[in-house]
Ligand binder design. Structure first.
Ligand code: SAM
Length: 246
């Protein structure tokens, strides 16, 4: 499968059978977790997470957006020290980013039901309504968590990072594609989103990598620019930012 390169070099790790031959391992969805319970009150005119905006534009979203950057995502997945059989696309909307990944079993989580309907109907993806700050997935359930062009919309960003750590198995990777607010085009994007009433909050690549480190990930900036990628590997159980060897 596509995303085993580093894991394949590490024979000490158990090697789950590739989903290319088994058909994949479905992500274990947890019981009822109320949407928005972990969200702060909405700060923009579209409500929490700017979701009202995405509810409205869902039918047009994919017409306006280019395909996700699969190479950047692959470079992030390559940091994992375990094979990636199960992938969670958080704030995954219509499944644009999940669609750029082949191999793992994929589950899209989003608060916007109209966006999720597109993920199911147009892309045939598994999709479940849920909040990034309170994921509807069991502990250690996935090998990779993805957030593409959505992190700046999340109203509870630290909770979302901690939830990614909870649902990732040790050695799994958290890959975030974002926009740099210090880049000239990033400054324009920040201004444009705020001008139309969004409550988005952008972080620079180094700020985002530091936030992942603070939650126990081993994070690196994969690439920089207007769009950038940060990937953080989830340590073994019990690892904390202060533990020896971290
Ligand atoms: C710009 S879209 C990105 C969608 C997809 N990741 C992509 O790359 O096309 C941002 C998405 O974040 C979702 N979102 C906002 N707040 C959220 C939250 N608290 N939990 C889950 N999804 C959220 C929105 O509903 C929307 O679908």
């Amino acid at each position: 499968m596509e995303y085993q390169s580093r894991a394949a070099e590490k024979p000490t790790h158990p090697t789950p059978v590739s989903p290319a031959t088994t058909g994949g391992t479905p992500v274990q969805v947890a019981g009822d977790r109320p949407i928005q319970a972990a969200c702060d009150p909405g700060t923009g005119m579209y409500g929490t997470g700017d979701v009202g905006f995405f509810d409205r534009i869902a039918p047009l979203y994919d017409l306006a957006m280019p395909p996700a950057n699969g190479d950047a995502l692959a470079a992030g997945f390559d940091r994992a020290t375990r094979p990636i059989d199960r992938l969670l696309d958080v704030g995954g909307g219509s499944g644009r980013a999940a669609a750029a990944v082949t191999g793992p079993d994929r589950l899209v989580v989003d608060v916007s039901r109209p966006m999720l309907r597109r993920a199911r109907a147009v892309r045939g993806l598994s999709a479940v309504a849920g909040d990034a700050g309170r994921l509807p997935v069991t502990d250690n359930a996935v090998d990779a968590v993805l957030v593409v062009d959505a992190f700046h919309h999340l109203p509870a960003q630290t909770a979302a990072i901690d939830e990614a750590a909870r649902v990732l198995a040790p050695g799994g990777v958290f890959v975030i594609r974002e926009f740099d607010p210090t880049h000239p085009l990033g400054r324009l994007l920040v201004a444009a989103e705020h001008a139309i009433g969004m409550g988005s909050h952008f972080r620079s690549p180094d700020e985002l990598a530091a936030a992942l480190d603070a939650s126990g990930f081993d994070a690196v900036v994969i690439d920089r620019g207007f769009g950038y990628t940060v990937a953080g590997v989830r340590g073994e159980a019990g690892d904390t930012p202060d533990s020896p060897g971290h």
